[in-house]
Design a protein around this ligand. Structure first.
Ligand code: CA
Ligand code: CA
Length: 474
């Protein structure tokens, strides 16, 4: 009798611990797909009417699409460092493109996401860009894919600025693109037998500049008839000087004025859309291989981008802003056993991926991590959720994104509030409206009380931040 009760209890434990992921002892595999600089110009996110991403859309149908997901920093290095360690930039001091996360004293001894999975019996491997440089340090096996890829002898569309800042149809064949090499490497791994559960990172470089892709991807987005983002000429009139300085200065990208005068706006938008559709094709290669493999029923797929990207909105290009175009990212989590085709509107953060994966894999939570597991939302998308998405760009500059609003406070104390329900382009800063004061206060209370100083480094972010602060001090 006792034996039978024991047996039943044991069975119940297995059942409770391993929700539809098979037995508790059988850990799920994880495929983490990163797309560099992809904003919300994705079919299922509706960010641009001509975005074509059938494969990301298909992945969203396989799982949960977080429609209101945001990066913790609108720059590659701090965004990825934050996500892969589960700590905010304001906790580590890694706010900008430098320094490397290993230089942060707070992160001494802290294991990154793949290192934690390796310590729990996983085989870890990656290709392309998962971290911002030095991926080899964090995975048991790493295959470089070739970075930003081949370049033409001469820039195609704009002669100025940073060497990476260019766009146009190039090179001739898909096979010449590093992202295709990355996808093929991932496919090879998925076709293999693995003795242990695996954690595989697949990091694609497009649509990051240079916005080059073979011509066939451009032909899917004919330049004639390209829809330009909606931009209001007076949009910046309700910003503080500090906000203008922080998002304007020392920028590597061409200015919006140059892009318009050179009649390159439609071409750059076309190039971004083509690069996105190309990257989506690479995602599709990996999904096809996974779905036809023996790992299909026991693999969690996470897809994310590290931050957004402006293509003229607010008279601005590239990243490094606290507005919706800078912070909103595609984020999909498809896990076996969960409801498919869910759209979740509650704010989510890239920082939440780490604790979510720990819970999905049945590994212990780490109370030092600052994100929230999203599993409760995957079980009940409209459940209680008290966490806004927090993004910073240098100490003192914060965006707080709730389900409906975006609140921004800069180091000089200037504030912005946008009601995205009525103002999806964030054109009207309504922070000063007396009727909105309680909304402002509700959001302002999420600005972190404790903020780590900016760790020194030399980057465009450091320069813009220093210039804005110097101007404020005058
Ligand atoms: Ca990036
Ligand atoms: Ca405005």
């Amino acid at each position: 009798m006792i034996k039978r009760i024991f047996f039943a209890f044991g069975f119940l434990l297995i059942f409770l611990n391993g929700p539809a992921l098979g037995l508790a002892t059988e850990k799920p595999n994880i495929v983490l797909i990163s797309i560099d600089d992809l904003n919300d110009w994705v079919g299922c996110l509706d960010g641009h009417p001509q975005a074509r991403t059938p494969n990301i859309d298909r992945l969203a149908e396989m799982g949960s699409l977080f429609e209101n997901a945001h990066c913790q920093s609108p720059v590659c290095n701090p965004s990825r460092a934050s996500m892969m360690t589960g700590r905010y930039p304001h906790t580590t001091g890694v706010y900008f493109l430098s320094p490397d996360l290993k230089k942060a004293p707070v992160l001494k001894g802290v294991k990154t996401m793949p290192e934690v999975f390796a310590a729990n019996g996983y085989e870890t491997m990656a290709t392309g860009k998962i971290f911002h440089g030095g991926d080899k340090r964090f995975f048991q096996r790493y295959q470089p894919s070739g970075g930003f890829g081949p370049r033409p002898e001469k820039k195609i569309s704009q002669p100025h600025g940073h060497p990476l800042w260019d766009w146009g149809a190039f090179p001739e064949k898909d096979e010449m693109m590093p992202d295709v090499k990355a996808a093929k490497w991932a496919i090879d791994q998925l076709r293999k037998k693995h003795d242990k559960p695996f954690f595989m990172g697949v990091g694609f470089y497009r649509p990051h500049v240079p916005m080059y892709a073979p011509k066939k991807w451009f032909d899917m987005h004919p330049r004639k008839g390209i829809v330009l983002p909606k931009v209001r000429d007076d949009d910046r009139d309700d910003l503080s000087q500090y906000a203008i300085d922080l998002t304007n200065l020392k920028h590597v990208s061409p200015t919006h004025d140059w892009v318009k005068k050179a009649r390159q706006w439609d071409h750059a938008v076309q190039s971004y859309l083509a690069s996105v559709t190309f990257a989506d094709h690479c995602v599709g290669m990996v999904l096809d291989a996974l779905n036809s493999s023996e790992h299909a029923d026991n693999t969690i797929v996470v897809l994310f981008s590290d931050h957004g990207f402006h293509l003229g909105e607010k008279q601005r290009w590239a990243k490094r802003t606290l507005w919706e175009d800078g912070t909103r990212v595609p984020m999909v989590i498809a896990a076996p056993g969960f409801q498919k085709n869910q759209r979740i509107r509650k704010p989510a953060e890239l920082l939440d991926v780490f604790p979510t994966l720990l819970e999905l894999a049945g590994l212990p939570a780490d109370s030092n991590q600052e994100g929230q597991s999203l599993v409760p939302l995957m079980k009940n998308p409209i459940g209680e959720w008290g966490h806004p998405a927090i993004t910073s760009f240098g100490l003192g500059n914060y965006s707080i994104r709730s389900e409906r609003y975006r609140f921004i406070q800069y180091l000089d104390g200037s504030r912005e509030l946008y009601d995205l329900q009525n103002d999806p382009h964030e054109w009207s800063n309504v922070a000063a409206d007396p009727l909105n004061q309680s909304i402002v206060e509700q959001h302002a209370k999420f600005i972190p009380a404790k903020q780590h100083p900016v760790l020194p480094g030399n980057s465009t972010g450091h320069q813009a931040y220093a210039a804005a602060n110097a101007n404020m001090a005058k």
